[in-house]
Design a protein around this ligand. Structure first.
Ligand SMILES: [Zn+2]
Length: 369
C-alpha cells in the first residue's frame, strides 16, 4: 500500500552542500507567528537566498504537538531544515534524517506543493514548552538553486494532551453510496476500522459524503485539486478518505499522498482506497472482505498520521522507531513484521497490530480532537 515519496530538490541540495543555518542560535526571525491552542495561525515571511531563513513560533505553555505547513506561490520547493528550541538547540535537524536508513521521514515530507511538518512524533523527540521556537525554512527551484521567496506558513497547535478523537470523512465516489452489493460491506468495514483504532485508544468520528468522481481514482499529480474540491464541496472535516472502485495504479489498493498528511482542504490532503483490489477484481465485495478493506483504510490513514512502513520493499530502509523489528529479507521481514498493520509489502495482506511506539505516533498527531 503505497504512499507518495518525493526526493525533493531542496533536500538533496542541502544534503549535498551540508549548508549551515544562517541564523543558528540567534533571534533574527523574519517573522514571529503565534501558535494558538486549538487554532490555525497563518502568516507570511520572506526567506532570502542565503539558503535558510527562520520563522519564529511563539509557543504557548501546554502545547502538545504542532503541524507547520509551508508553501510558496512561485513554484519554489520548500524544506523545513530544522526546528529549534528557544535556546537554539535543534529539536529536529533534517540533515540527521536525510539519507539515514533508519530515519524514514515521519516528521515531514517536502514537496513542491506543501511541506508538512509534525512535531513531536516520538517520545525521544521531547516535548514542546513555552517560548519562541525557530522554524528554519529553505526554498529552491530547479533553475537557480536556493531562491529568495515569500513563504506562507500555516500552524496548527494542539494543546489537549488527552485528545483522542480522529475526525474522518469517507467520501464515496463512483456511485458507491447507491451500490446495493458493495455498500453494506463498506459500512461493515468502516465499523471494523473503528474497532481497530479504538483498540489503540483512538475514537474514529466518521462522516460519510458522496463524491462526484469516477474510478480509477486519480493519483496526486494527475488529480490536481480534485481532492481539495471534494473536501470543500462536501463540507468534509478531518482526514479525507476517498473510496472508489480502483485507484489509478495497478496492483495498489490504497494511496496516501503525504506522510504526514496536511490538515485542511488542500491538494494532496487525502487518502484514496480502491475496494476492487480487496475483492480480487472479479466480483463484488463479500462479507469476508470486510476485515481486509478495514485494514487498508486503517493503513492509509496511519500513513496520514505519520506512520511509515517499518521496512521498505528494498529491505534496507526502516522507520525511525525503536520497537519495530529490523530485518533484511522478504522471508525474514514477513516473519518479523507480517502481523503489523504498516507492513505494506505488495501482495501481502495487511496485519492488524501496531507497536507501542507506532501507537504513540498516532496519539501525537496534531489533528486529534
Ligand atoms: Zn503503505
Amino acid at each position: 500500500m503505497s504512499r507518495a515519496r518525493l526526493l525533493p530538490l531542496v533536500a538533496a541540495a542541502l544534503f549535498a552542500t551540508g549548508c549551515e543555518p544562517a541564523h543558528r542560535g540567534t533571534a533574527l526571525f523574519s517573522r514571529v507567528l503565534p501558535a494558538d491552542c486549538g487554532a490555525v495561525s497563518e502568516g507570511e515571511a520572506w526567506i532570502s537566498n542565503t539558503q535558510i531563513g527562520t520563522v519564529g513560533i511563539a509557543m504557548p505553555e501546554g502545547a502538545v504537538s504542532i503541524q507547520a505547513r509551508v508553501w510558496t506561490d512561485d513554484g519554489g520547493e520548500t524544506l523545513i531544515s530544522a526546528f529549534r528550541r528557544p535556546d537554539g538547540s535543534a529539536a529536529f535537524d533534517s540533515q540527521s534524517w536525510i539519507g539515514d536508513p533508519d530515519q524514514l521521514t515521519m516528521a515531514w515530507l517536502a514537496s513542491p506543493k506543501d511541506t508538512v511538518f509534525d512535531w513531536p512524533i516520538r517520545a525521544v523527540d521531547g516535548t514542546l514548552f513555552g517560548g519562541v521556537w525557530g522554524l528554519e525554512i529553505a526554498s529552491t527551484n530547479a533553475v537557480s538553486g536556493f531562491i529568495g521567496t515569500n513563504v506562507h506558513v500555516a500552524l496548527t497547535t494542539r494543546c489537549s494532551s488527552t485528545a483522542s478523537t480522529l475526525p474522518v470523512t469517507v467520501a464515496l465516489a463512483d456511485g458507491l453510496a447507491d451500490d446495493p452489493d458493495n455498500y453494506p460491506v463498506i459500512e461493515d468495514a468502516i465499523v471494523d476500522w473503528g474497532q481497530l483504532y479504538a483498540s489503540w485508544g483512538i475514537a474514529l468520528a466518521v462522516s460519510e459524503v458522496t463524491a462526484d468522481m469516477d474510478s480509477p481514482l486519480p493519483l496526486s499529480d494527475a488529480a490536481g485539486d480534485a481532492y481539495a474540491q471534494v473536501y470543500g464541496e462536501s463540507g468534509a472535516v478531518g482526514v479525507l478518505l476517498v473510496l472508489g472502485d480502483t485507484v489509478d495504479e495497478p496492483g495498489v489498493g490504497g494511496v496516501d499522498f503525504s506522510v504526514p498528511g496536511a490538515l485542511g482542504p488542500l491538494p494532496d490532503a487525502a487518502c484514496i482506497v480502491g475496494w476492487r483490489d480487496v475483492s480480487g477484481h472479479d466480483g463484488p465485495l463479500l462479507p469476508s472482505d470486510r476485515r481486509s478493506l478495514a485494514a487498508v483504510m486503517a493503513h492509509e490513514v496511519g500513513h496520514y498520521m505519520g506512520l511509515e512502513h517499518p521496512v521498505e520493499d528494498t529491505f534496507d530502509q526502516f522507520d525511525a522507531l525503536d520497537d519495530t523489528p529490523r530485518c533484511d529479507s522478504a522471508d525474514g521481514c514477513l516473519s518479523a513484521l507480517g502481523s503489523n498493520l504498516m507492513y505494506g509489502q505488495p501482495e501481502t495482506p495487511l496485519g492488524e497490530d501496531l507497536t507501542p511506539e507506532q501507537i504513540a505516533v498516532l496519539h501525537n498527531w496534531p489533528g486529534l480532537e
